[in-house]
Design a protein around this ligand. Structure first.
Ligand SMILES: [Zn+2]
Ligand SMILES: [Zn+2]
Length: 335
């Protein structure tokens, strides 16, 4: 089969991602073989390709927002049939036995493995997934629309739950990219008042179109104190800004894997009155299932920008250069 491979990590515009010939993967005992139909492009794929994340599998095929159909499986698989449409996401496997897994926090499992980093992902004709980590997908929504929900959507949802927004509460979103615009749709559907604080004029327009109550620059104060806030922009300077925007007892959740350094915090104006600062790490399968169900019920939609899978390198280069709005999705034109 044809698959994209990170030959030697480096700048994507210099060809670090190559289209190569690989054998069709052989699923393990509890794994599904999945024929890829569409795969979303996540910024983490760029980090894998350029070496910002350390190499875990030389020549890895990126991609962890896969929508495909079951094309085979190992002897221990049950609950799936050939032709079923499934989603493959970032969390590929956990040990299921450590103290974190035992208490339902499998996102913290030290033995966790990730799609498109530890194992080959969806920038290919075929990929594999352990059946217990595959998501059945709702009917009636097309592949391209579903793909970005599998990482950007699930992570945004976990961030929303970590931010502990009370029913009907006031939520601030700092940064408004792929994850935030999906998170905003869930919050609005659940009755929140959403204030978006971001620097891009186009993103502020999209926020207002989706139903945000206000959209301002990230360093401006929102029009009212916030019960909860989520920092999607990877900018540590915004941590004290967002903490100051919280009401008493408010919670700030930091959604990103990477964050520039956080400046010193002033205890009295930024943390006192029981304000809380939390991080968000990956997600559990429960987050994924809850989010996909909510997304189907509320019609949560990503703004998508399709590319043929044969142009994955170009899609990553365009993502890096900020040449499109919304989420790029690769559509399999290789098979
Ligand atoms: Zn991702
Ligand atoms: Zn574990």
């Amino acid at each position: 089969m044809r698959a994209w491979s990170v030959a030697a990590p480096g700048p994507v515009e210099r060809g670090s991602l190559r289209l190569v010939e690989k054998p069709v993967p052989v699923p393990g005992a509890d794994e599904l073989l999945v024929r890829v139909r569409a795969c979303g492009v996540c910024r983490t794929d760029l980090h894998v390709t350029e070496g910002d994340l350390p190499v875990r599998r030389p020549g890895v095929t990126p991609g962890h927002e896969v929508v495909g159909v079951v094309a085979g499986g190992g002897p221990a698989v049950d609950g799936f049939a050939l032709g079923d449409r499934v989603g493959v996401a970032w969390l590929r496997r956990t040990d299921g036995s450590c103290p974190y897994c035992a208490r339902g926090a499998e996102n913290l499992c030290p033995a966790s493995r990730y799609t498109g980093w530890d194992t080959d992902g969806g920038y290919a004709e075929y990929t594999t997934v352990p059946a217990p980590f595959a998501y059945p997908l709702p009917a009636g929504v097309d592949d391209v629309t579903l793909a970005p929900l599998l990482c950007a959507g699930i992570i945004g949802y976990r961030a929303l739950r970590r931010a502990a927004l009370p029913p009907g509460g006031r939520l601030g979103l700092y940064g408004f990219g792929g994850s935030a615009h999906l998170c905003a749709q869930v919050a609005l559907a659940e009755g929140a008042t959403v204030h978006v604080l971001t620097r891009g004029a186009a993103a502020r327009r999209l926020a207002l179109d989706l139903g945000a109550a206000s959209a301002r620059d990230a360093y401006e104060a929102p029009p009212e104190p916030l019960d909860s806030a989520i920092l999607f922009a990877p900018v540590g300077d915004l941590v004290p800004v967002a903490l100051r925007a919280l009401d008493r007892g408010g919670v700030l959740a930091v959604a990103g894997i990477h964050l520039s350094d956080v400046p010193p915090l002033r205890y009295e104006s930024e943390l006192f009155y029981e304000k809380e600062l939390r991080s968000v790490t990956s997600n559990t399968r429960t987050d994924g299932r809850e989010f996909l169900a909510l997304a189907a019920r509320h019609g949560v939609r990503a703004t998508t920008h399709p590319y043929p899978l044969s142009r994955a390198g170009q899609a990553l280069a365009d993502l890096k250069a900020g040449r499109f709005d919304g989420a790029a999705v690769l559509v399999n034109d290789l098979s």
